[in-house]
Every structure is written in C-alpha cells, then in structure tokens.
Design a protein around this ligand. Structure first.
Ligand code: TXA
Ligand code: MG
Length: 530
C-alpha cells in the first residue's frame, strides 16, 4: 500500500484524513503527546488492522480519542463525576482516564478487558480530524511495537511507511511523551503510566492516588499487569541503553573509561565533551527532556552506535514520565556512580594467587566483588540473552536455557566474536558490580575489592582508587595451575600464553604483589599496603 503524506496546514488534509478513517482506513495523526495511529474505534476490522500494522501484541488495549465531552456517555457504563472534574482541569490535554466500558466498545479496542481508556487531545489538528470523522478514534502511538514513540512525522514514516493509508504531518509534538494514564476503577485511583499531567496534578482533583509498581519496576514473571502495555519491552532503540545516575563530572569520567565507542545521551551544553553524543533537553527540566527523549533515542540508532549511556533525568514532575520511559528502553539497567566507600581493583596472572589475596582481603573486612561470578549472572538477564541470540544464533538457547559452552565456542572463535560478547555483557556486569559495591557500602564494609581477570581492559578501573596486580614467576605459576586444575604442563602453558605478559600487570597497577613465596610473605605485603 502507498502511504499518503498530508500536511496539517493544507486545506484538504483534515477532510481527506477523515474520509479515510470513515472508510475503515488507518491514519497517523499528530497529537500534543506523540503521533497516534488512528482508526474508527467502533469498527472492529479497522481496529484489528492497527494491531497488524504496528505488530502490537493482541492483549494490549487501545486508547479511544474524542473531541468533546458529549461523545463520552455512549462509550462508558456511566459517567463518573470525577471524570468531569478531571476534564474540567486537564482536558483537552495529555491525560487518559480508564472507566468501565459500554457494549459499544468492541473487544478489539479493550483487548478483552471490561474497561476503556479515553482521552481528549488538545492538538487542534487531532481534534479537527476526530470531529470531521464523526466517530471516536482508537489510536496507539504510531510506532512499530517496541520502538521509541514517534514525535515527528518522519518517525512514523520510518516505522510504518507502506503499512498505513496516510500520515498527517503536524510538526513536532509539543509534550513528547505519551499521556498520563489513570484508572478510576481502583480505590483509590491508580496512576498506570506517568505523562504530561503529573501525579500532583492528579491528586489536586482526585485526592489520594496510588502509583502502580510497574511505573518503576520490572513485572515479576507471572505477575499480572494492571496496564498490559507495561509488561512489554518498550521505547527501545536497537542500541543497548544504560541509565547513569550521578553528577555530570562522574558521567564524563565513566564514559572516558569505556574501552569501546559509546554514545553519550546527555543534557544541553554537555555534548561537546564527547566524540559521539546526543543532547536531550536541559538538566532538571523535565518538560524539555520529555520533548526530546524519543527523538534522541532514534538518533542513537541513526548514528550507528551499539551502546548508549544516558544521563538520568529528574524523576519528579514530567521528569517521572521521562524516567519511566528510559527505564524501559534500558531494560531497567541503571548504574549509580555515587559510591561512598573506597574501591580497590584486584587482578593478576593465572596461577599467581589472585584468589588467595582476595580471600585474605575478605578476612580483613573487605567486600569482594567477583566479576567471574557476575559474568555468569549477566548472561541470565533476558535482554542480554536476546542480544546474544541475535548475534550468535537463536540456537544458543535451547529448552529455555543458555548453552554456555556453545556460546563460548562461537564467541571466542574470533576476535570480533569476543568483542561482541564483551560489548553485550559488560554493561550488565558493570551494573551488577556497582550493585554489589552499593550493598557493601550499606553493610558497612571497610572497602570493596573488584576482582577481575582483565581489569585493565574494562571500564571497572573507573571505580578503583587503587589497583593491585598479583604476579609470580612462570615456573611457580605452572606448578600451581597443574596442581589446581590437575592438567599437564603443556595445557597449563597454553593458559599462561593466552594471557598478557607480566609487564601488562606491572605497568598498569598502582601496587604489585609478588607472590612466589609462602602465604606469610603476601600477608606482610598486604599489611604494608594498607
Ligand atoms: O499520548 C497517548 O496516550 C498516545 C496518543 C496517540 O494519544 N497514545 C498512546 O497509546 O500512548 P498506546 O497504545 O501506545 O498506549 C496506551 C497505554 C498502554 O500502556 C495500554 O496498555 C494502556 O494505555 N491501556 C489502554 N486501555 C487500557 C485499559 N482499559 N486498562 C488498562 N490499561 C489500558
Ligand atoms: Mg505506545
């Protein structure tokens, strides 16, 4: 199908769009929040086509858009007086209200629920089209399911060209994130999705409201979503996104510590410090961040970056909506750089006794963060597994579990493969390491020690005030490896040769522990250090 491109300023645009809608077609229309993919809400077949065009899961209900209050009574069981109070203050505008539906609402719209979500947009073009169509319009965001929502007509075309009848270009959406969704069917009313109308504004009319846990947290597997849309991975560019909490100074240093190219998604005026960057609004200004965020996420992909680190937005006011969307695009990966205990990096050659040193430090009251353990945990993360499947073949997961040896075989067969594996797993390993450091801080540990084989090749050095390398003579290491792993001399030699030479450990570390002798020897050395 050829998608017709209409401009909202053109005299016939409204009439043309309305005619297509009346005939059961699909038209992407601008609203103040994001572009919506509209169809006649009372026409089940037209509504079905929305799901097909977007690739949207069938169990995710749609919002019904109206242009005046008079259109609402036939759509709901009864008009709740609180709806009128909300409408008085916030409609037309970025607010969606859920109520018991009437039998006029097809199941295709409500996805089998007995409720319906209704919104009256403020965008003049949207209102004119609803009015001219003469029917309420069901409209989800006009993106391919899972992608960032569209805030420009070009975003709609990127995702849906050839799959819908028309798009009406009304310029950039002013708010930039989807409407606030509140249900009146719980007591007290529940905020299901934060948006342009803040929780405080809702409370002014509704009094006490509760906030759905899904606003901040991943649904546990098996848990039922109050709002089905909350359970899907969402708003995600192709790039892997990680949210970074902390000051700009910390963000900058952390990005400089990365070993591979990453895109800095930061606030206005901060981009100049990075090779690749995208700015999204002003720091501490949720409105300007909301306006830019989805476009910024799409730009990350346009730049061809595989990884993006995003400055954390404020989580109050409209910023709450920005934070909520970013959490989903980052698959809930947040790294908090604000660490208040000393952190020591520990590395060393295989067989040199890094593990012995680690257990000594543990006995001295240090929390040990073992990155080998974290690397195994990182590949249990659902997003990481998806990326691994995409890069190394769907069949590395069989019977629901990851085939680790097959993954290792495919990844380590080439330098490119190892690099890809690292790119995918490092953000999650880093997140887990930082989570353990924060836990150590809470538990009152003296310091945390990051134990990592290739410490100097990772961004983990960023966290370390001091680094320790444990080294030993080749002959000593050979003996220890043969004994530890019950292998012959030749196999032990292979392992040794696969690692960097002693210089690497010596030149990069602040402190070098020479471990050729007995335990007392190291104990004395550590004692001196601390
Ligand atoms: O700003 C917006 O709301 C945009 C513009 C186009 O109006 N629309 C939009 O629609 O964001 P969509 O489909 O992308 O998101 C609708 C959200 C989903 O999370 C969905 O699960 C929820 O609203 N929803 C719709 N009907 C519901 C219902 N009856 N009960 C619970 N949640 C519902
Ligand atoms: Mg959506």
């Amino acid at each position: 199908m050829k998608t017709l491109y209409l401009k909202s300023q053109d005299a016939e645009a409204t009439e043309t769009a309305a005619k297509i809608l009346k005939n059961g077609g699909l038209v992407a229309i601008p609203t103040e929040t994001v572009y919506g993919l509209a169809a006649n809400a009372l026409d089940p077949q037209a509504v079905k086509n929305i799901f097909i065009a977007k690739g949207r899961p069938q169990d995710n209900p749609l919002i019904v858009h109206v242009s005046s209050l008079e259109e609402i009574p036939p759509l709901v069981e009864k008009v709740d007086p609180r709806l009128n109070a909300l409408a008085e203050k916030y409609w037309p505008g970025p607010l969606t209200v859920i109520m018991k539906k009437s039998s006029l609402i097809p199941n295709e719209v409500s996805a089998g629920l007995d409720t319906v979500a209704i919104r009256m947009p403020s965008n003049p073009c949207a209102r004119a089209i609803i009015k001219a169509a003469g029917v309420p319009l069901a409209a989800p965001s006009a993106n391919a399911s899972g992608k960032p929502s569209p805030t420009k007509a070009s975003h709609v075309i990127e995702d849906l060209d050839g799959k819908i009848d028309a798009v009406v270009d009304g310029g950039e959406c002013s708010v930039g994130v989807e409407s606030t969704v509140v249900t009146l069917e719980t007591n007290p009313p529940t905020l299901l999705r934060p948006g342009g109308i803040t929780p405080e504004q809702l409370s002014e009319v509704l009094g006490e409201i509760s906030i759905s846990p899904a606003v901040f947290e991943k649904l546990k597997s098996g848990e039922k979503a109050q709002s089905p849309g909350m359970k899907y991975k969402h708003y995600a560019p192709t790039a892997q996104v990680t949210i970074i909490k902390g000051s700009f100074e910390q963000f900058k240093k952390f990005l400089y510590a990365q070993k591979d190219t990453v895109c800095a998604v930061c606030f206005e005026g901060e981009g100049k410090y990075f090779e690749k960057y995208i700015e999204y609004g002003k720091e501490n200004d949720g409105l300007s961040q909301a306006h830019r965020i989805f476009d910024a996420l799409r730009e990350v992909d346009a730049m061809g970056c595989a990884r993006a680190f995003v400055r954390c937005p404020i989580s109050s006011g409209v910023g709450l909506a920005v934070y909520n969307r970013l959490l989903r695009s980052a698959a809930f990966r947040v790294i908090d750089l604000d660490i208040n205990i000393p952190v020591i990096g520990l590395t060393g050659q295989t067989g040199a006794g890094k593990t012995t040193v680690a257990s000594m430090l543990r006995n001295m009251g240090y929390a040990i963060v073992d990155t080998d353990v974290l690397a195994r945990k990182a590949v249990e993360n659902a997003e990481v597994i998806n990326l691994l499947k995409k890069n190394f073949g769907e069949d590395i997961v069989s019977g629901g579990s990851l085939n680790r040896s097959e993954l290792a075989k495919r990844a380590f067969s080439s330098e490119e493969g190892s690099r890809t594996l690292n790119l995918i797993t490092h953000p999650e390993i880093t997140r887990l390491a930082v989570e353990e450091i924060h836990k150590a801080e809470k538990d009152g540990a003296k310091a945390a020690v990051i134990d990592a084989a290739l410490l100097f090749d990772s961004c983990l050095t960023y966290f370390c005030q001091k680094t320790i390398s444990v080294i030993a003579d080749e002959e000593t290491r050979l003996r220890r490896i043969m004994k530890r792993d019950s292998i012959d001399r030749e196999s032990a030699m292979l392992r040794i040769n696969a690692q960097p030479k002693a210089e690497y450990y010596i030149k990069n570390a602040d402190i070098v522990i020479d471990n050729n002798g007995d335990i007392d020897g190291i104990e004395a050395q550590i004692g001196d250090l601390i």
